[in-house]
Design a protein around this ligand. Structure first.
Ligand SMILES: NC(=O)c1ccc[n+]([C@@H]2O[C@H](COP(=O)([O-])OP(=O)(O)OC[C@H]3O[C@@H](n4cnc5c(N)ncnc54)[C@H](OP(=O)(O)O)[C@@H]3O)[C@@H](O)[C@H]2O)c1
Length: 485
């Protein structure tokens, strides 16, 4: 592979990129890939907020400690990356006047990746996805050297339709009406009217993403715009390391929760398909779309449905089970007894049964004057599971013409360096790496503890079945007692 012959790498020569969401799963991969393959770029400015008691500067100092940066560790490339303190929840992203001037002068490529991606956020929280994008769009108009604007949306931004073309759809509300409404209504009232306001929409996150897409459509941004719509972003398939994963939202969170033993059932259709796309493919699609936008100078935004391949829920479950015993972790909390349940009512009953031990633990803690709040945590898990079920009990078809044409227009060299429109030939190997990745990067459990994990798993296995046998015995004894035997 020769980077000198890469048209995409050549395009990024001397470019200054401003990225929001650079601390996230996809954002980190974008920064890494840019530094590794487009090292002639000039600078990357990364927006960062304070979080979990850490200042933006502290988070910036730690950014390159993530394993996804292993391939470029020790190289001077990180000197090209600069911190911009800010927060999407604040007007004008909370940027200082100095940073605003800097970004307006220097930015040539703008990647707006940041979003609150949780399914169960309030309308108020989701509205920041919209208001931040409104401010981002206004900022692009003041950037004198801007060449391309990229927005990362989601393939489900219009999920109330079963077929998703690479085009805009009618939003549930226009941007100003939505933002004015959210700002005018009291938070408690907003909470109470969430369901009627959502209407056919499954959650506030996709609702906000649909409004945001339309905000971009109507904004007359004066540079080429590309909107990338990934489906369910999975662990990396190839680079920078196989199996890298960094967040536990949506379906990734469910499979992770199943493995550690806290999620035991999920209402889904065994034959319903999940569109899975490796994170590195999404990252490469974003970079290729940036190059294409710059060379074609399209006047209207180009949408790319970057949706990977469909895999049935049943196949996914089988593949996850396959590797359960291979890389167990000491950090597992309970033995996995995960089931897909196709009936909503029975899933509810099954889940409620699992709440009983949570009540029991909370009660024990209460007697000792402490609070465990396991029931509260389970209730939240249940809410997220219910919202995720929407995506596992339906099928969607997606147009991918723009993605295919983007791929076809790339040179052979670029197809090797920025791979995305390729079928996964070995799902077994991919899921094996995903299982390993969950253990290494989500549980932070190194590979040399597998023997300890295997021992713990055996103990959990015995405990799990002992509890089931005991419960059955008590139920049987109670019935015998009730019927006088
Ligand atoms: N993951 C998926 O399956 C998936 C699927 C389709 C589309 N997408 C889209 O892909 C994009 C990236 O998602 P991801 O998976 O990388 O999610 P992620 O890991 O949660 O990253 C989200 C990023 O947004 C930033 N962000 C959120 N709120 C912010 C705020 N108020 N101020 C500044 N930054 C803020 C986060 O910063 P902090 O680190 O400070 O929180 C983080 O960098 C999103 O636009 C999402 O809608 C994701």
């Amino acid at each position: 592979m020769s980077l000198e012959n890469s048209q995409i790498a050549q395009f990024f020569k001397n470019q200054t990129i401003f990225i929001t969401g650079g601390t996230g799963f996809l954002g980190k991969l974008l920064i890494e890939k840019l530094l590794r393959t487009c090292w002639d770029l000039k600078k990357i400015y990364v927006l960062m907020r304070s979080k979990s008691g850490k200042t933006p500067q502290q988070r910036f100092d730690e950014l390159f400690n993530f394993p996804c940066f292993d391939l470029i560790r020790g190289k001077k490339l990180r000197d090209k990356v600069f911190l911009i303190s800010g927060d999407c929840k604040r007007p004008l992203l909370g940027l200082s006047d100095q940073d605003l001037d800097l970004l307006k002068r220097e930015t040539t490529c703008f990647f707006h990746v940041a979003a609150n991606v949780k399914f169960d956020i309030s309308f108020k929280e989701a509205s920041y996805n919209v208001s931040a994008t409104r401010d981002v769009v206004n900022l692009t108009k003041q950037m004198s050297n801007l060449k391309v604007f990229i927005y990362v949306s989601t393939a489900y931004s219009n999920c109330i339709n079963s077929h998703i073309a690479e085009e805009f759809y009618k939003p549930p509300m226009d941007t100003n009406t939505f933002l004015n409404f959210i700002n005018a209504v009291d938070d408690d009232v907003l909470q109470n009217i969430t369901h009627p306001l959502l209407g056919k929409w499954p959650n506030t996150y996709v609702y906000s993403k649909c409004i945001t897409e339309n905000l971009i459509k109507n904004s007359n941004i004066n540079v080429p715009v590309a909107i990338i719509r990934p489906s369910i972003i999975m662990n990396t398939i190839e680079e920078p390391i196989k199996g890298w994963i960094d967040n536990t939202y949506g379906l990734i969170g469910i499979t992770f929760g199943a493995c550690v033993g806290v999620v035991r059932s999920f209402y889904a259709g065994k034959n319903n398909k999940l569109n899975l796309v490796p994170a590195d493919h999404v990252c490469n699609c974003v970079l290729a779309a940036t190059w294409k936008a710059a060379i074609t100078q399209s006047e209207s935004p180009v949408i790319y449905n970057c949706v990977g391949e469909p895999k049935s829920c049943e196949d996914c479950t089988k593949l996850i089970n396959w590797f359960y015993w291979e890389f167990p972790s000491e950090k597992y909390l309970w033995y996995k007894s995960f089931k897909i349940i196709e009936n909503k009512f029975w899933n509810h009953v099954y889940f409620s049964l699992h709440l009983l031990p949570a009540y029991f633990i909370d009660l024990i803690f209460f007697f000792f004057g402490k609070s465990a709040r396991i029931v509260q945590r389970y209730t939240r898990i249940n809410r997220v599971l219910e919202m995720s079920s929407y995506f596992a009990t339906r099928d969607w078809t997606f147009d991918e013409d723009n993605v295919i044409s983007l791929w076809k227009g790339m040179s052979d060299e670029d197809k090797k360096i920025f791979k995305f429109n390729v079928k996964i030939t070995d799902w077994y190997a991919y899921f094996r790496n995903c299982a390993l990745g969950k253990r290494l990067y989500l549980l932070n459990d190194p590979i040399d503890t597998v023997p300890k994990g295997q021992k713990k798993l055996k103990v959990l296995f015995v405990l799990h079945y002992a509890v089931i046998i005991l419960l059955c015995y008590f139920m049987f004894a109670t019935l015998m007692f009730m019927f006088g035997f």
